[in-house]
Design a protein around this ligand. Structure first.
Ligand code: ADP
Ligand code: MG
Length: 203
């Protein structure tokens, strides 16, 4: 039996690639807290302006009111008396996010953080790896590989651009499994293979 902590805060992290449903899951958890009449505030960095300014949005259409922030420290300043603090697109925030989440959790708040664990080159992204170490609860969200249908944990960039941050829609990225993800293939759509490499060749 998993006991839900009482009289204490904690950190939950939802990590995964693009289209894996991180924001969907964040919205689901926050909505349930609201049904439970808990006070909630959700933050997102301003860099993510794909959807309307005052909401976090899922590719599946879900939306939640949120506060856009320009600096990670604003989370502490603006969390106020909220019992639940949600943070989306955490990979774009600074390393101080770890300390801030710890402070909030130590103050008795439930902190729910969603973010990309890997960038398009397959490197751990921003404060996410450290956050995963500090969290009580971790969920790895998986998408569906658009090439083969297997579980996908990587984001394939489809356009040539060396910037780590390229906020984009489905025309810039695809979800891929490890066999069909290629960090060197920016024009990924032309690199499609019918199947992954023969496993025997890799061993
Ligand atoms: P994330 O925040 O992880 O980018 P979202 O919550 O915004 O994910 O979007 C998840 C939704 O994206 C899914 O429910 C589905 O509707 C849609 N989607 C589009 N492409 C894929 C894919 N390749 N695998 C899974 N879901 C996908
Ligand atoms: Mg998202």
């Amino acid at each position: 039996m998993i006991r839900t902590p009482t009289d204490t805060g904690w950190i939950e992290v939802i990590a995964g690639c693009m289209f894996s449903g991180k924001t969907e899951e964040l919205i689901r958890r926050v909505r349930r807290a609201q049904y439970g009449r808990q006070s909630v505030v959700v933050f997102k960095p301003r860099i993510d302006d794909r959807y309307s300014d005052d909401s976090v949005g899922s590719h599946s259409g879900g939306r939640l009111r949120s506060v856009q922030i320009d600096h990670t420290r604003e989370i502490l300043e603006k969390a106020g008396t909220a019992q639940v603090v949600g943070i989306d697109e955490a990979q774009f925030l600074g390393d101080e996010l770890v300390e801030i989440c710890e402070t909030l959790a130590n103050a008795g708040k439930r902190v729910i953080v969603a973010g990309l664990d890997l960038d398009y080159l397959g490197k751990p992204f921003g404060p996410m790896p450290a956050l995963l170490c500090h969290a009580e609860y971790i969920q790895k969200a998986l998408a569906v590989c658009v090439i083969c249908g297997n579980p996908a944990d990587r984001s394939q960039r489809l356009v040539s651009n060396d910037d780590t941050v390229l906020v984009g829609e489905s025309d810039s990225y695809e979800a891929r499994c490890r066999l069909h993800w290629d960090p060197n293939a920016a024009e990924g759509k032309q690199q499609r293979l019918p199947f992954g490499p023969n496993l025997a060749e890799l061993l």
